[in-house]
Design a protein around this ligand. Structure first.
Ligand code: ZN
Length: 141
């Protein structure tokens, strides 16, 4: 991992073997970032995507075997049970150029990952929303 300070936060390069969301969350937590928006691209393997089934209040999970282009990742940093948490959605493309997308549960960098991160000092927490069963952003301002 390489991080470069920018005027609005960081540019982070992740390297092969690094898990995307966990590595970014740990880094931003160490840096004391309260919240952030994240945009990224690169190449990954072992991606697990999710689709939230609102009626069942649970995620359908699908693992995508092999390597994929990480065409687009958009996400944010907040805190869940006091721990830094990256919520990200991703669009991935395989060798057949077909794309898959969804909630990103996990993915490991296979070639490189490039992430532009805009940070904020405002600490954002997530709290369980009984209606949806999701832990939603809960602002304290
Ligand atoms: Zn999601």
């Amino acid at each position: 991992m390489l991080s470069i300070r920018t005027a609005t936060g960081y540019l982070v390069r992740l390297d092969p073997g690094e898990e995307v969301c966990g590595t970014l969350a740990a880094f931003l937590g160490r840096e004391g970032v309260g919240s952030a928006s994240i945009a990224g691209l690169g190449a990954v393997r072992g991606a697990v995507l999710g689709y939230f089934d609102g009626a069942r209040r649970e995620y359908l999970r699908r693992e995508l075997p092999g390597e994929h282009e990480l065409c687009s990742l958009t996400g944010n940093l907040s805190y869940r049970d006091g721990e830094p948490f990256v919520h990200a959605h991703a669009v991935l493309a395989g060798a057949d150029f077909a794309v898959s997308g969804g909630h990103l549960f996990e993915a490991t960098i296979s070639a490189t990952g490039e992430f532009w991160i805009a940070t904020s000092e405002a600490r954002i927490e997530r709290k369980l929303d009984e209606a949806s069963g999701l832990r939603l952003i809960s602002g304290k301002g």
